[in-house]
Write a protein that binds this ligand. Sequence first.
Ligand code: HEM
Length: 129
Amino acid sequence: MKRDIENREDIEKLLEAFYQQATQDPSIGRFFTEVVPLDMQQHIPVIAGFWEAILFGSRTYSKNVMAVHQHIHQLSSIKKEHLDRWVQLFTQTVDRLFEGEKATLMKQRGASIATLMDIKLNYNQVGNK
Ligand code: HEM
């Protein structure tokens, strides 16, 4: 039986599985390989800090995640279809590996932050979209 996400190690395991899929995805892969080519060895600890803060209340992330994506969006637009795909892959990865309260919270937060990102990136300026 699957268990819940219990610690940072679990988060890192989940993120490795997620980015393995995301980097190869026909819709969103190029953001991670071409738009901002990422060294996953460096990237995963940063994102793990973000999720550890959300799930366990640690002080492991202090940057502005929206500003980071605003910058990526200026290089190559992040559209709703990309965010939908991100959420789909993220949800599938969580479901494949874990189940429980934290797993549910992680899926909910992933989806709600993606919705907020769409609003901030694509609807924020008058006349945009
Ligand atoms: C289509 C959707 C998305 C794409 C293409 C995308 C792409 C990226 C890329 C390329 C980076 C690296 C930026 C850099 O190092 O300069 C990044 C960073 C990050 N992403 Fe996303 N992202 C997406 C959605 C999301 C969502 C929905 C979340 C949160 C729920 C998220 C959380 C993060 C975090 C925490 C970082 C680290 C930012 C930092 O360096 O402080 N991303 N993303």
